[in-house]
Design a protein. Structure first.
Lengths: 269, 272
């Protein structure tokens, strides 16, 4: 994998000893139309240490094996298409440099698809259930006031309330890492709850009103057990678990104001 | 090629850097191990946005100015509504999305209500099936080298500062690459999620787009906005205040023109 034009230091890197290294990519392959079971295929590659794992995958599919299937689009951490498990941890292949996951020549880097979603082919997973759960929280702006003809004003501090949640790119890393989804496939999952938080903490929004049924449910916020795996893997550094807990608190307050019970469904608390 | 300038934002402090350029700061840290709150950022040119594109009216309908194509729409970066002139200002591409994307969507909704479903001209589906079958069955090269060569030519010769002689070379080289492209074949014969077929068809489009871009740039003998020629450094409104429309026919580029609407805003040189 040579001759990339991306880095300004390439020319220098080519003569600098140690700028290149060899790695073995172990990629999980599976074509449900052909294969009975997933298997691992190995690719020996020479790469630059500062190459992204995505560069290595693209090199393989353009030059070695065109049947390797994975999703990618913007290739710089904005679109969220290339989330996968790299050495067992959910990461964006475009934001992971080879030197982040391999130290020495000959090191093995294992690439697997996200968990909790059906594999369509190799590293591509069927995002349908993930997107359905996303849609279920009404991930769009529902204004508090109707038909106003001026801008909605919001203070800097009010905007800060949901700033972290706006950063979600729906890459699905958290959905794969969440241990709750191992046992409860109906759980909305961290990403959908982040999108809910994006709107329910927005001062201009109707907030919980229109989302209470889906969130205040055993498969909604109350499934979260605070494992923090989502927070650990989020490539956008969103404090996901914290947002879920703030949502839980907001729901309790909402119920309290209506004189309803504030116990947590399905948790015995 | 690998030159860069350094942009120093460190005097602003970590908080302002994080608030104003969070994504760029993140890129610097991820890819270059540089924190812009402490160190200058290396800045290099890249192809960031296409000012040109499929010409449309304000409803997203494709038009050459002379002919409108009912039912054919373009919106987003692929379209050229002509609001950005020859150099789009930062973040203004949102207009393509939230204004003209919305307008196009509304227009399409109205259009389909009053239109028959129509029919696909005979033979098109079959021609494509044959094309893909041929890609999958014959032997040939993988696309990697073609991508690399195309990117090299466009980066070196149709970059920020342009010269007639280099652009003429680029046109010639891209034409040659389009010929050689016919030798590319697919290894993956599967029908489900065949990324390889997709990427090879995408490469064909990119080669066409490269030729359109290079030929139009070579043809325009002036500097305007992002089109900056060393051999024609001045803007020339008498000859060139117009859009170029390009059409590839039998491997050659035909160029026509479309007037620019400057009734609201007169173009002015941007001075700092």
């Amino acid at each position: 994998l040579t001759g990339r034009l991306r880095s300004q230091k390439i020319e220098a890197a080519e003569i600098l000893k140690g700028a290149f290294m060899t790695i073995v990519l172990e990629i999980q392959r599976f074509n449900p139309k052909k294969d009975k079971e997933p298997y691992f295929e190995e690719f020996d590659l020479e790469v630059e240490k500062k190459d992204r794992v995505l560069d290595a995958l693209m090199f393989i599919y353009r030059n070695i094996d065109g049947s390797l299937s994975f999703r990618k689009s913007c290739a710089h951490g904005i679109c969220g298409s290339d989330a996968m498990r790299i050495n067992g941890k959910e990461k964006l292949a475009c934001k992971t440099l080879v030197q982040n996951v391999a130290e020495n020549d000959g090191d093995r880097v294992r690439i697997e698809p996200l968990r909790h979603l059906k594999v369509q082919k190799d590293l591509m997973v069927d995002q349908t259930p993930f997107m359905e759960k996303f849609k279920a929280v009404k991930p769009y702006f529902i204004p508090r006031e109707k038909n106003i003809e001026r801008e909605y004003l919001q203070s800097i501090n009010e905007r800060k309330e949901f700033d972290a949640a706006t950063k979600c790119i729906n890459c699905g890393s958290c959905y794969s890492a969440c241990p709750v989804l191992d046992k409860n496939t109906r759980f909305l999952g961290p990403a959908a709850l982040v999108h809910a938080a994006r709107f329910i903490f927005d001062s201009r929004e109707r907030g919980l009103e229109d989302r209470i049924k889906i969130l205040d449910h055993p498969d909604g916020v109350w499934s979260c057990e605070n494992h923090f795996e989502c927070t650990r893997v989020c490539p956008r550094s969103i404090p996901i678990t914290k947002l879920i807990n703030l949502t839980k608190r907001k729901i309790k307050k909402y119920r309290g104001e209506r004189g309803e019970s504030t116990s947590e469904p399905g948790t015995g608390k | 090629m690998d030159d860069y300038v350094l942009l120093d934002a460190s005097h602003l402090g970590a908080e302002i850097v994080e608030a104003k350029i969070p994504d760029i700061a993140d890129f610097c840290r991820t890819y270059l191990a540089i924190d812009p709150a402490n160190e200058p950022m290396p800045v290099q040119p890249t192809a960031h946005y296409a000012m040109g594109g499929i010409p449309t009216d304000v409803e997203g309908q494709v038009t050459t100015g002379k002919t409108s194509y009912a039912g054919l729409y373009a919106a987003g970066e692929c379209a050229c509504v002509s609001v950005h002139g020859a150099n789009r200002l930062g973040t203004n591409s949102l207009v393509d999305l939230i204004v003209f994307g919305r307008r196009a969507g509304k227009h399409i909704a109205d259009y389909v209500k009053n239109t028959d479903s129509g029919s696909i001209p005979g033979g098109i589906e079959k021609a494509w099936e044959e094309r893909v079958h041929k890609l999958k069955t014959e032997k040939g090269d993988m696309p990697g080298n073609y991508y690399k060569r195309m990117q090299d030519i466009m980066m070196r010769k149709i970059g920020v500062y342009r010269e007639g002689s280099e652009m003429a070379e680029a046109v010639k080289e891209i034409k040659k690459l389009r010929e050689e492209y016919r030798e590319i074949r697919v290894q993956d014969s599967s029908k489900n999620f065949n990324m390889e077929v997709l990427s090879i068809l995408e490469l064909e489009n990119l080669l066409d787009l490269s030729l359109h871009t290079a030929a139009a740039a070579l043809n325009r003998q002036e500097s305007r906005g992002a089109h900056s020629r060393n051999d024609f450094p001045e803007r020339d409104d008498t000859k060139w205040l117009k859009h170029a429309l390009t059409l590839i026919k039998n491997g050659k580029v035909e160029i026509d023109y479309k007037p620019v609407d400057i009734s609201s805003w007169k173009p002015k040189p941007r001075k700092y």
